[in-house]
Design a protein around this ligand. Structure first.
Ligand code: NAD
Length: 324
């Protein structure tokens, strides 16, 4: 198939593009290689893609016309939209980056989908952040998501509404996946797994927010990619209103206290963490936990990687990448 992957130089986009290439698909990867974190890591990911039919387009999704011009004449079977301004904490500092990439950029993707004759499936990334202040655990896709506690979460919630509207208006088969704290080799330097592991390996202190009294449903990248790969060829059936849009959680369904997470990194790194305690951050939530029953049922999704296996793999990759 001919597949467009936005955010292909990003953490999840790179891993998905790799899997698609290995499966023999043609992949067009689009990314603006922005400097939210070191673009050298994004370029290194692109350089590490496996052999295959891959074309890279450097373009900013917030500039719809130039994206359309860059993709003129292309017709995709599937679009997987992973490009976004990610990160809960940065959305306090720079909310504009989120409206630009996540709202304007997402509209560009929806318009591409609308005018792409014969599109079989639009898959896009949402986030566990849409659950915001919810107390009921595990988080289920049928739970209300009207109380985001970060602007990032609000933009992801907006994406779900935008995708539903386009599916309803134009019959676009669309599936949104709410990812739960993804980690693994080539991971994101702004996220806790990378921040903690790099600091512990290099003997720098780590900051444990809310005294480490937090817990996350950490999901290993290979499990996320397996879920996305299983969904590629399974567009949604119409809902009771005849709309081809569905939402799923993509998590590990296993909650890990942050302290245990740190302990597993300490063991893999062979060094103790130097811990500094810090107050709870604005926009953060205390715990996440994905209900993945629907994802299992519809895609055979079966996350198989505990942090005891995933974190040592990350530490190994980090050492190799940094030459440590
Ligand atoms: N990693 C996680 O734990 C996690 C959790 C929940 C949701 N998500 C979502 O999954 C998706 C992928 O996340 P990731 O962890 O790979 O993040 P990432 O930042 O590594 O990848 C996103 C990529 O999108 C690109 N991008 C951003 N704005 C763009 C724009 N306007 N035009 C073109 N490219 C643009 C960036 O350069 C980056 O390479 C995002 O939508 C993110 O919000 C990730």
């Amino acid at each position: 198939m001919n597949i467009l992957v936005t955010g292909a130089a990003g953490f999840i986009g790179f891993h998905l593009a790799s899997a698609l290439l290995r499966a023999g698909h043609r992949v067009v990867g689009l990314d603006n290689l922005n400097a939210y974190y070191d673009p050298a890591l994004k370029r290194a990911r692109l350089a590490a893609l496996p052999e295959g039919d891959f074309q890279f387009i450097e373009a900013d999704l917030a500039e719809g016309e130039s994206v359309q011009a860059a993709l003129a004449g292309e017709r995709f079977d599937v679009i997987v939209h992973l490009a976004a301004q990610a990160g809960v904490r940065y959305s306090v500092e720079n909310p504009q980056a989120y409206t630009r990439s996540n709202i304007q950029g997402f509209l560009t993707v929806l318009e591409l989908a609308r005018h792409n004759a014969g599109l079989r499936h639009l898959i896009y990334a949402s986030s566990s952040s849409v659950y915001g202040a919810n107390r009921k655990l595990p988080f289920a896709v049928t739970d209300p998501t009207d109380r985001p506690v970060s602007f990032y979460g609000a933009t992801k919630k907006a994406n779900e509404a935008m995708a539903y509207a386009y599916a309803s208006l134009y019959g676009i088969p669309a599936t949104g996946f709410r990812f739960f704290t993804v980690y693994g080799p080539w991971g994101r330097p702004d996220m806790a797994p990378y921040l903690f592991a790099s600091a512990i390996i290099e003997g720098r202190p780590i900051r444990l927010f809310n005294k480490g009294e937090m817990a996350r449903d950490f999901t290993y990248i290979d499990d996320i990619v397996a879920g996305l790969m299983a969904a590629i060829d399974r567009p949604p059936v119409p809902d009771e209103a005849g709309v081809t849009h569905r939402l799923y959680n993509l998590g590990n369904n296993k909650v890990e206290p942050l302290r245990r997470f740190v302990a597993v990194i300490e063991q893999a790194a062979g060094r103790p963490a130097i811990i500094e305690e810090a107050p709870m951050q604005k926009g953060d939530v205390r715990q996440t936990h994905a209900d993945i029953d629907d994802t299992r049922r519809d895609f055979g999704y079966d996350p198989a990687t505990p942090i005891d296996i995933g974190l040592p793999r990350f530490v190994k990759w980090y050492r190799r990448y940094k030459g440590l």
